[in-house]
Design a protein around this ligand. Structure first.
Ligand SMILES: [Zn+2]
Length: 352
């Protein structure tokens, strides 16, 4: 079997960051942490059907690097942690997440470990559905510790290091299952700058150690939910958070940096700080129901080309799309690929 995407290199290959809305027969639409509407074998089958639809829609709408749309998980961090030992989900404490909002979270009560793989079966299923390159997202170590109360290690760094080791085990199995690109979601990198410098990037590199698959770190300003949009309103007219982390990531072993751009106040010139890395650029706003026009997407990408070489640019969404309606999210996928196509044509014309 030859893979279309890996045998011929597409210029500006498009990808989504992570989640897509789930079908309403599987989970409550436009809701984070929505409980499943099915149980037992019907749930397993329902998740697979939803994943199949997510793959088909990405293909139909011209997305080149295919993801699972996170159809088989409730939440990008919680679902992974639920499969580990050492964390008690019944013992909950209220803590502040990313310095932004209070949430009732599970407690680390003993040594954390992964007794069996978490997503490998799902990744294998995704691999069977498409010949395109596939990408799988995992939470990053710092973002994981930030959603837990820790009564065992009593050290954010130690717990992050344990999670990095566990993530590496999972990532190696995902790679063996045929995943081409492994992504670590680290929105916490936009908040805890001292820790990113002291041990955050090192923990991330530990999670990615020894992988042949390409690796991504996704750093964003969060889903389009109220706690995040309220926080963004306090950040002023220029969002310079990436300025602190990008130089560290530029020197890291991570291959691709995924960042938020369209409709954000991130100054584009900050991309220069990761020169040499591939850039997954958010050209789709996930906090708005308005579907971008292809021209808007092309404008965002064209502006970024001052700071990233065309062969290193991966047009993407700003973040996951779980909280959007399906109609809007799928419309945005079409806009993303149509915008990328405008720019591909421009680049091809300029070269001839
Ligand atoms: Zn995100």
């Amino acid at each position: 079997m030859t893979r279309a995407g890996s045998s011929t290199v597409t210029l500006l290959p498009t990808a989504i960051v992570g989640s897509l809305p789930k079908p309403s027969w599987l989970a409550e639409p436009e809701t984070l942490w929505s409980p499943w509407k099915l149980q037992g074998d019907a749930l397993i089958e329902g998740k697979q059907d939803a994943l199949r639809i997510a793959v088909q829609e990405q293909g139909r709408r011209g997305i080149d690097i295919v993801s699972d749309g996170e159809q088989s998980r409730q939440h990008f961090v919680t679902t992974f942690i639920e499969h580990l030992t050492g964390v008690d989900f019944d013992q909950r404490e209220t803590i502040r997440i990313r310095d932004r909002y209070d949430a009732s979270v599970p407690t680390v009560v003993g040594a954390v470990s992964r007794e069996k793989s978490v997503f490998v079966e799902d990744a294998r299923f995704l691999r069977q559905q498409t010949d395109q390159p596939i990408k799988w997202a995992l939470p990053g170590p710092m973002t994981m510790i930030d959603t837990l109360s820790d009564r065992h290690y009593r050290s954010r760094e130690k717990l992050a290091w344990e999670f990095a080791t566990i993530l590496n085990q999972e990532a190696r199995e995902l790679e063996a299952a045929g995943v081409d690109i492994i992504q670590f979601d680290e929105p916490a990198f936009n908040v805890f700058f001292d820790e990113v410098q002291d041990w955050g990037v090192a923990a991330l590199e530990r999670a990615a150690e020894g992988l042949r698959a390409e690796t991504v770190v996704h750093i964003c300003y969060g889903y389009g939910i109220k706690a995040n949009t309220d926080w963004k309103a306090t950040l002023g007219s220029e969002w310079r958070q990436y300025e602190k982390t990008f130089p560290l990531l530029q020197r890291s072993s991570i291959d691709i940096v995924s960042l938020e751009s369209h409709h954000s106040h991130v100054p584009l010139e900050l991309i220069e700080l990761i020169r040499g890395k591939k850039v997954m650029l958010g050209a789709i706003d996930v906090a708005s129901d308005e579907i971008e026009t292809p021209e808007e997407v092309a404008d965002t990408l064209r502006n970024a080309l001052q700071f990233v070489d065309a062969d290193k640019l991966v047009p993407s969404t700003n973040c996951g799309m779980a909280p959007l309606s399906r109609e809007v999210a799928l419309g945005k996928l079409s806009a993303l690929s149509a915008g990328a196509e405008i720019l591909r044509t421009e680049i091809a014309t300029a070269r001839t």
